[in-house]
Design a binder for this molecule. Structure first.
Ligand SMILES: Nc1ncnc2c1ncn2[C@@H]1O[C@@H]2COP(=O)(O)O[C@H]2[C@H]1O
Length: 184
């Protein structure tokens, strides 16, 4: 449920001395939205510490949390690679510290550092796989069947999730989640 990428974080640490001012630090508070859906950010981030949630807001105002991302995970690469606007918003769940680089710098690293290129490709492949599995489960199980599976995963995490986040991750309202929790 919380994805991390410690290999990428380690690689960034190794790249820092040579990168100089090309990689900077940015910080955001818990609850702060720092990537906005369908906008330009022109930066790519790698999470140094903290937890974030990428989420899609539909025209009906409903929000769907795609994933929870922690250390070493990358943000903003979709816009940087496709040259389009961002696919979703990203909110800080806890205070976060990010490594930041410009889109041009990100593309230069992709072309000149094979290990970076490989890890970014692997990250994208992992996201496709995770999103497919999540989508399939949500289609094939009832919410009443999914909830205990999620609760089991949550019990293994160190972080306490709000009901709103849990409902957003399942794509249901907090009211429906409360009903499920009561076993109605
Ligand atoms: N399914 C997903 N799983 C994890 N992260 C995602 C997912 N979809 C989008 N993101 C991240 O959220 C970011 C929003 O800005 P971008 O579209 O540039 O890049 C996106 C990815 O970094």
């Amino acid at each position: 449920m919380i994805q991390t990428n410690l290999d990428l974080l380690q690689l960034i640490h190794n790249m820092l001395p040579a990168a100089g001012a090309a990689i900077t630090i940015r910080q955001f508070d818990a609850g702060q939205r720092f990537i906005f859906q369908e906008q330009e950010i022109l930066q790519v981030y790698i999470i140094k510490s903290g937890l974030v949630k990428p989420l899609i807001t539909e025209e009906n105002g409903k929000e769907y949390i795609l994933e929870f991302l922690g250390e070493g995970e990358m943000l903003g690469e979709v816009e940087a690679i496709r040259g389009t606007k961002t696919v979703c918003s990203v909110d800080a769940v806890t205070p976060v510290v990010l490594y930041a680089m410009g889109v041009g710098q990100f593309q230069y690293f992709l072309q000149t550092i094979p290990a970076f290129n490989t890890l970014v490709l692997r990250l994208l492949a992992t996201r496709v796989a995770n999103s497919s599995v999540k989508m399939a489960r949500q289609q094939l199980y009832t919410m009443a069947e999914l909830l205990p599976q999620l609760q089991k995963m949550l019990a293994a995490q160190q972080i306490e999730f709000t009901k709103q986040d849990l409902a957003g991750y399942m794509g249901i309202s907090v009211r429906s989640l409360n009903r499920l929790l009561k076993g109605e």
